[in-house]
Every structure is written in C-alpha cells, then in structure tokens.
Design a protein around this ligand. Structure first.
Ligand code: GRF
Length: 207
C-alpha cells in the first residue's frame, strides 16, 4: 500500500473526490493523512468523518515561510508519503519544501496552464474573452503554477457565464481528473521521466 498525504486550506471538495475514488475503486494506496495550515478548514471534518487522520500546522505560529514549511514537512513525513497532493492548498511553498518532495508533489490549478497562473482564474478567463477554460493537474516545481502537466480538462466559457457558474463547471471536471491522475501515478501508469510526464496509456482527457 502506498501512502498519500493531502494538504488543504478550506472546503476540501477535491480532497473528498480523491478519498471517495480511493475507496470505491480500491486503490493500492491509503489516504494516510489530511493536513491543513488552517484549523477552520471545512475539509478537516470531512476527512475525520471518513476515518482519516488529520493534522493542523498553523502558519501564523511560525516567524517565516521557511520555518513553517519545515514544520509542515516534518508533519507530512510522519506519514511516510509516496505522494503529496495539494488540493486547494493556498500557500506558496518555499524552494526547500518543493525540492524535498521533487517528483512526488502534485497540484491542481483551475485553469488551462500555462494560461492564468495565480489567483482569480475564472474572473480573468471571462475578462480575457477566452472560449475555453479548464483545469490542470501538474507536478509542482519551483515556479508557481508551473511544472510537468499530468492531466487537463477543458470546459466551454458560455456567453452568460459569471465567475461562479464557470467555477462550478470547472470544479466538476477537477473532481474527475484529479482522482484519475493520482490513481495513475500511484499505480505507476503515469510517471515523471526527465521532467516530462509519460503516460503508459493515453489519458482519457487527451483522447
Ligand atoms: C479548486 O478550484 C482548486 O483548483 C483551487 O482551489 C479550489 C479548491 O477547492 N486550487 P476545494 O478545496 O478542493 O473544494
């Protein structure tokens, strides 16, 4: 059994989608822990309800990013993770942290990277007038919202879309591609080779 550690900041709907898929599809992995930097993250209750150990490492108790990231990594490593999954984890990570988990740190970003890295992606997509938007699962590298792409999903931007309606359409796709990507990596069908993602089979969203 491989160990997956999930990091969240809030709602935790992507975390929940992964927990559900792991159980329903009997992955050869356990969600070893869910960790948040906010004690009030709603997703913590969902994880606890699912019987998953949770931990909180509050960033405001640390004088700077590097010391917080060190404490966070210490807590993560208690669970001996094979894969660390950022699921709506809204913290910029230090270079040392990213290096420590190189090749085993995954993120989902609500845009078709490399378009719209950073915040407010749905608002910016509407303002830019793009016809298509979506979500990207990628390995984390030193550059924010960058790194080898594992999976993408595309949604149309409709004429009457608001930030809210577009976000909801994208989120539905996030809940589909993130569990599939995590499973592919855990099962060794999706691998990082020379900083590029290799799929043993064509990933569904690319066919
Ligand atoms: C998702 O849209 C994710 O892509 C972004 O933040 C949101 C988190 O939602 N990084 P949730 O906490 O998974 O419900």
């Amino acid at each position: 059994m491989k160990n997956i550690v999930i990091l969240i900041s809030g709602r935790g709907s992507n975390m929940e989608a992964i927990i559900r898929a792991a159980a329903a599809e009997q992955w050869p992995a356990r969600i070893a822990a869910v960790i948040s930097h906010r004690a009030d993250a709603a997703g913590l209750a969902i994880a606890t309800h699912a019987g998953i150990p949770v931990a909180v490492v509050e960033h405001q108790h640390y004088p700077d990013r590097v010391s917080f990231d060190r404490a966070l990594a210490e807590q993560i490593d208690v669970f001996q993770p094979d894969l660390v999954v950022l699921a709506g984890f809204m913290r910029i990570l230090s270079a040392g942290f990213v290096e420590h988990y190189r090749g085993s740190l995954l993120n989902i970003h609500p845009s078709l990277l490399p378009s719209f890295p950073g915040l407010s992606t749905h608002r910016r997509a509407i303002d830019a007038g793009v016809h298509f938007h979506g979500a990207t699962v990628h390995f984390v590298t030193q550059e924010l919202d960058h790194g080898p792409i594992v999976a993408q999903a595309v949604v149309p931007v409709l004429r009457d879309d608001t930030e809210k309606t577009l976000a909801a359409r994208v989120l539905t796709e996030e809940h589909r591609i993130y569990p599939a990507a995590v499973r592919g990596i855990i099962e060794g069908r999706i691998r990082l080779v020379d900083d590029r993602v290799r799929h043993d089979e064509l990933f569904e969203s690319r066919s």
